[in-house]
Design a protein around this ligand. Structure first.
Ligand SMILES: [Cu+2]
Length: 124
């Protein structure tokens, strides 16, 4: 009798413990990823430089977005706005250039080494 009661208490304790762990885990797993995923999507954009072209060639972002160009070519390139709103140094293979697009407008840019390489950023 005593042993049976003890066993049933243990089982209840174990289930309660497991249930509270699952609840705590699901709460702590739900909140942070949802928040960070949303802010990452709104705040950052990527442009790849590959095979003598910018990809995407035309990028539309919201004001305040941080844009990163990465040179994936074996050849050095630059990222220079037509009106000098931004200007990178010469980027070697794998190097990055970052510009935070604060002001709305259309920014045409090119590679100063290869002027036929052009791109456009539209900031809303
Ligand atoms: Cu270039």
């Amino acid at each position: 009798m005593i042993r049976l009661r003890k066993t049933s208490w243990k089982t209840t304790d174990w289930i309660f413990c497991l249930a509270s762990f699952v609840m705590t885990a699901s709460i702590s797993f739900q909140a942070p990823p949802g928040v960070s995923a949303a802010s990452a999507a709104a705040g950052k954009a990527e442009v790849k430089i590959d095979n003598f072209s910018f990809s995407p060639a035309a990028l539309k972002v919201k004001a305040g977005t941080q844009i990163t160009w990465t040179n994936g070519d074996d050849i050095p390139h630059t990222v220079v706005s037509d009106v000098q709103a931004f200007k990178s140094k010469v980027l070697a293979t794998g190097e990055k250039f970052t510009f935070t697009a604060d002001k709305p407008g259309t920014y045409s840019y090119s590679c100063s080494i290869h002027p036929n390489m052009t791109g456009k950023v539209v900031v809303e």
